[in-house]
Design a protein. Structure first.
Length: 212
């Protein structure tokens, strides 16, 4: 939660300080950019998930591997549900030649049901994107040390992506560098603090996670 709150606060500071939003169209564009960035973050997280979890499982003791793989199925289920929800939007926007026959077949009652399902999918997808980032795809179900580890890797990947794509081009160079590097640095610091609290309060360490 603290990682998310700090990220939103930093974005608001950058937006207000450098006047990236000056009128109502800018508000819509900024919100659209934030949604796109959140979805890209989820996609990067989904791609990073098998790598980090795979390394974690591979380095664990043989007695623990099957248990961790079984727990990972819950996170894979959340990925599947989120991707399925997002897939409904291209289908809903498909041109008439593709869907006209199906729409004629289901009639008006079917169209109403489909419309309600699309609205539900929209809320599910938006809520799911937020939950996926805050709870790091519920990878704590695998082990409590996986979410902070994933968060560290994800934050540096996204920072590199911002550098490559030239994000926040309207912001002065020094402020842009501080903002881009501040995110992974603070996420890394918070994640190590989280790991430290887990070790001190619950006796959860990397050695304990990998060895029975």
């Amino acid at each position: 939660m603290w990682r998310t709150i700090l990220g939103i606060a930093a974005w608001l500071w950058l937006t207000i300080t450098y006047g990236l939003i000056s009128d109502s169209p800018d508000v819509g564009a900024a919100l659209s950019d934030r949604f796109d960035q959140a979805w890209i973050s989820v996609l990067v997280l989904i791609c990073t998930f098998p790598v980090v979890v795979g390394v974690f499982v591979a380095t664990a003791h043989s007695d623990l591997r099957r248990q961790y793989v079984r727990r990972a199925l819950r996170s894979l289920g959340s990925i599947g549900a989120l991707m399925a929800a997002m897939a409904t939007f291209p289908l809903a926007m498909a041109p008439d030649p593709v869907t006209k026959g199906f729409r004629d077949f289901i009639g008006v009652p079917g169209k109403i049901v489909l419309g309600l399902l699309c609205l539900w999918s929209l809320g599910f997808a938006l809520y799911g994107i937020g939950l996926a980032l805050v709870h790091v795809l519920r990878t704590a179900d695998i082990h409590e040390l996986v979410p902070p580890s994933l968060a560290i890797v994800l934050s540096w990947e996204l920072a590199l992506l911002d550098v490559i794509t030239g994000a926040y081009s309207g912001v002065p160079l020094l402020a842009r560098v501080v903002f881009m590097m501040g995110a992974p640095v603070t996420v890394t610091a918070l994640s190590f603090w989280e790991m430290r609290r887990l070790r001190q309060r619950h006796g959860l360490s990397l050695r304990q996670a990998l060895r029975p």
